[in-house]
Design a protein around this ligand. Structure first.
Ligand code: SF4
Length: 545
């Protein structure tokens, strides 16, 4: 055994490698990116660790690995699971051969995301097990357990991470590495073909194993129940994920901490019998969970109404944003910590410390790097749309989304990967003149092709500006799945007329010339594509190093 100081993401990656992983696929997205990056930098030769066009293709490629009898990991951020939802949901009905683990990292508080959806719901929706680590060691240990569980049940297993765990570092102890599975194709191909007659049988099978999932949760070492005995306690705690860490951190301040009953849930579905045992020992049950009130809702349906259940739904615990050691203190009957009394903020103005979530640091809104090529693209767009007072500019997910902030303040919509083109088309069809979609090269390959096909088919009068910085800049400079130099041929092959495809250099000296081309194409009543090319400065700096 040896020790490693690793991020939560890296601990999961190392655990997967030591669990006999053969292939890993993913799409970069904060806070999950470091899982695949670690595998790419630390895996043996012959091992597959690849970024894919999007999360859906990544999941499907992992299914191929499982079909071949080998263990596969898929990584993505929470909103990526929306993209991969189709193969993910259907994979629950397959008779998986090699273990398949989906590591999905949620972003409560939306540090770098459009929403804070809770991926545990997806596991519940698909009727598959989910594991939720509380620290880096559990990230390492749980992934091996997840692969074993996947092969035992022939189901995919979800591991749900959150930003604070993915991106914090701690020491872990490793375990002896397991060999990869031999190549051995699934023989029961009827269980891999989801035509209705066969899928119905598979769905019945998924339902029939739900009792087994629950039984496994009841005895899982990840679901320890602490019942100190004695008279009924006033309050007991049901904690999941990081909520358990924050509970543990504050517990010593509670009167008689060793007499406080609690249940930690790290394996889902939640263990109903253990929850009932805990409820029998307390008057009030407080649920501390990171994300949506999934367990709290379930518990309310499980327990008699004589047990009071408190948590996010009644406002005892904040409903939005991350849990913190501070903001759960009222749930333990503890006062909020006064930052002044700790001597941390003697010069802060009155009122700054009143909110438990107040930061002692001034806010630093994100912004484009100084000299970023996207700034030059936006300046040219600003100049061009000045001639079209009713124009709408829709943008997409990537660094260029920051063009929403001054000094550019150009885009009016940012929704999800690829939405810029579809929204521009819909707005144009509704009568808005004119519509410009701004999308990055990687986002275009991820989800921009299909809405562009719609726009071409409908002969929509939109202009698509593909800001090609030759990288996935926002997540640290991963390679775009294909070179941007292929985009002109791709869009022409889809049906954009050659005269309305332009490649321009996003250089400050070209601002007027680029604006002229944009103006001309925005006025054109068909689909036009302007590819505004200049490499991301950060990536360029890394390459030079
Ligand atoms: S990382 Fe690259 S693309 Fe992103 S803002 Fe900085 S220079 Fe621009």
């Amino acid at each position: 055994m040896s020790s490693h100081i690793v991020l939560g993401d890296e601990a999961l990656a190392l655990g997967a490698l030591h669990a006999g992983l053969s292939a890993a696929y993913g799409y970069p997205g904060t806070p999950s990116t470091e899982i695949l990056e670690y595998l790419q930098g630390n895996s043996p030769s012959g091992f597959v660790a690849q970024w894919c066009a999007n999360e859906k293709t990544a999941y499907e490629e992992a299914l191929g690995t499982s079909f071949a009898g080998r263990r596969a990991l898929v990584t993505m951020k929470h909103v990526g699971l929306n993209v991969a939802a189709d193969p993910f949901m259907n994979s629950a009905l397959l008779n998986l051969k090699g273990g398949l683990v989906l590591a999905v990292a949620d972003d409560p508080s939306m540090h770098s995301s459009q929403n804070e959806q809770d991926s545990r719901f997806f596991a519940d929706f698909a009727h598959v097990p989910c594991l939720e680590p509380t620290d880096q060691q559990e990230c390492y240990d749980m992934v091996r357990a997840a692969f074993d569980l996947s092969e035992e049940l022939h189901l995919p297993v979800v591991i749900r991470l959150v930003t604070r765990l993915s991106h914090s570092r701690s020491s872990i102890e490793d375990a002896p590495a397991r060999a990869q599975n031999p190549l051995a194709k699934a023989q029961d191909k009827h269980n891999w073909m989801l035509i209705p007659a066969l899928a119905k049988k598979r769905w019945d099978h998924v339902l029939s194993v739900q009792g087994r999932l629950l039984a496994l949760s009841e005895v899982s070492p990840w679901n320890p129940l602490h019942l100190p005995g004695g008279p009924k306690a006033k309050v007991g705690y049901l904690c999941t994920g990081l909520g358990f860490n924050y509970f543990r951190e504050n517990l010593p301040e509670v009167a008689h901490p060793d007499r406080v009953p609690y249940l930690q849930i790290g394996q889902y579905p939640p263990p109903a019998d253990k929850i009932r045992q805990l409820a029998d020992a307390v008057e009030t049950l407080v649920v501390l969970e990171e994300g949506y009130p999934l367990v709290e809702r379930l518990v309310k349906g499980l327990l008699p109404t004589t047990v009071r259940v408190r948590g996010k739904l009644d406002g005892l615990v904040p409903r939005s944003g991350e849990l913190t050691p501070e903001n759960i203190r009222p749930a333990l009957g503890l006062p909020l910590l006064e930052c002044r009394s700790l001597g941390l903020a003697s010069d802060l103005p009155e009122g700054v410390c009143d909110d438990a979530d107040s930061s002692l640091l001034p806010g630093r809104p994100p912004q484009l790097c100084k000299g970023c090529p996207h700034g030059d693209s936006y300046e040219a767009i600003q100049d061009a749309i000045a001639d079209f007072p009713d124009a709408v500019v829709t943008a997409d997910i990537g660094c260029y989304a920051l063009g929403v902030l001054p000094p550019y303040a150009v885009p009016e919509t940012i929704i999800c990967m690829g939405a810029s083109i579809g929204v521009a088309k819909g707005a144009w069809e509704a009568g808005l003149r004119h519509a410009v979609a701004v999308i990055g090269d990687s986002t275009f390959y991820h989800s921009g092709l299909t809405p562009l096909i719609d726009a071409i088919s409908a002969k929509a009068g939109i202009t698509v500006v593909i800001v090609d910085n030759s990288t996935v800049g926002m997540t640290g400079g991963q390679d775009t799945i294909l070179p941007g130099s292929r985009i002109p041929a791709v869009v022409q092959a889809l049906g954009v007329e050659a005269d309305h495809i332009h490649v321009v250099d996003a250089l400050p000296k070209n601002r007027a010339a680029n604006a002229r081309i944009l103006r001309q194409e925005i006025g054109y009543p068909g689909v036009s594509v302007v590819i505004s090319v200049r490499e991301c400065l950060e990536t360029l700096r890394k390459v030079k190093k």
